[in-house]
Design a protein around this ligand. Sequence first.
Ligand code: IVH
Length: 632
Amino acid sequence: MSDAPHATPLADQAAYAEAVAAAVAAAAAYYTDGSSPLDDDAYDRLVRGIEAYEAAHPQQVLPGTPTGKVAGGAVVGDVPHTVPMLSLDNVFSAADLVSWAAGLERRLGHPVARWSVEPKLDGLAVSARYRAGRLTQLVTRGDGVAGEDVSHAIGTVLGLPATLTEPVTVEIRGEVLMTATQFEAANAARTAHDGVPFANARSAAAGTLRARERAYKCEMTFFGYGALPFPPDDDSELAGRLRVLAHSELMDLVAALGVATTAATPVAGTTATTLDEIQARIGEIAALRAELPFGIDGIVVKADLAADQERAGFSSRAPRWATAYKLPATEKITKLLAVEWNVGRTGVIAPRAVLEPVRLDGSLVTYATLHNPADITRRGLMLGDSVTVYKAGDVIPRIEAPVVHLRTGDEQPIAFPELCPRCNGEIDTSQERWRCVRGRACHAVASISYAVGRDQLDIEGLGGTRIVQLVEAGLIADFADLFTLTRDQILGLDRMADISTDNLLAAIAKAKEKPLNKVFCALGVRGTGRSMSRRIARHFGTMEAIRAADVAGVQAVEGIGPEKAAVMVEELAELAPLVEKLVVAGVNMTEPGVTPPDETSPAETSALPLLGMSVVVTGSMAARWPSCPEIR
Ligand code: IVH
């Protein structure tokens, strides 16, 4: 899937010493407050360079080297761990995984009967100590041997209940992270209290977990990935079971005790018996990554059976029975060079970040969305800032936050436009999204082009250049004007002959007969693309019924929540003059086969294709994880 990051080449002993110092400093920042000056990729490259240099010059290895140490040897704590909290070794491709598995099976002397495959959560490892069913202590990983007591965070971590379902004594290990919503809330709270925003969800979780005295509370989330007898020589019945259960069984037990595991998320841990099955699950988890409301940076493959784990044992840094299949980085640090302000087809003036190009998740990223001016202010962004940029799958790249500790003092404030950058008209700044006061009229060409597009009115022969001509000639100001164009007006345009004029007129006439869903879609109401327009048209049947609906009425359409419903009602009110013009022009305003809800009649049945039929639906569905409303 992905290749290992290239090693940073180190030319001589001085470069090596410098690299060791830089890596140790970065690891210290990363594992303490999460504020590393290097992104994951840059850190991995540096450590690989150090490893390569040490392999070639074993006599020069510095004692402070981060290689072979948990957390790069950078952090220490004062609460000794019962059993060391180790790292994981990495593989970067399917071929690496095959050879890692072969090595493990050679060591064991037999094939691994069952594997467990689960997401590698991108947060911080913590150990949660439960005594007689009560959560009594929370400890970070630290250097793996001892960690920091962060028990003050108890009560702010979803998934780590104060009491278990049984009064047992046990140590649960797992990852503390912030979901996207928790991260947004944490940054909002922090900036409201004059703090600088966190660069990403991971550093927000790291900073929050260690913060003792804050005027505000930020919620975090925990997922367990291990359970051990506590203390290690405990001879209780539970301790006995913990020693012999397979990893997958341990996870069931952790969940039964009331602690969150990934079981209720779409990337639940599963078991596999062959490498092909492992690879298939890796593919599935990787594909789900972009939609997850929490960060994962790989997939952990573990020998599932306790006997295999025991026989394989540990190196000083990591278990030999598990490895992390790393996914490509989705976040990097780059420079914010400029901010452009573009006017969309509804007149919204949207800022766009121009970045120093950076390779991210398989593509070169030069632009990122910045939502709106308030968002820029909230994030405290400045021109010239180093910023964390996030992209996964098809997601439009976005700036997460400035990396404030990398500021040089040369950063400049971002200037907000005072006039509409398209028409120089006034800007309505009363909402978070700024808009040209002329609304859709400001960028008529864009909204007309959208309306005549294939998924809307599908008017053939009406390309962008032709629309510009029509708008510039003052013949149309919106797409309703198309329906009153005369033959002579069109013929008068540059490069319009008899045949092309007749074809265009015929295409416009045909558009008048389009079903309501296409006409509605052409209006370009925010959040109503092709399939949503179809649902709306099927639900209401006529444009009149759509326009008569209030927020509650609109919400009755599947997939429309209160926010979208409010936007729709507001935009439809604004679009009323355009809709009137369409009605006058004789454009169809009904959905064939549908009767409006308050006029229910037998005819309506034709819009319900499954009515009267018995239907069997098969398949499986991931349960919804209750503490994470973003998963549906
Ligand atoms: S198992 C001894 N499972 O990754 C076993 N670790 O890079 C070590 N991590 O320190 C942990 N998701 O903080 C395990 N499903 C998972 C994990 C996971 C994330 C973290 C953990 C560990 C780090 C190693």
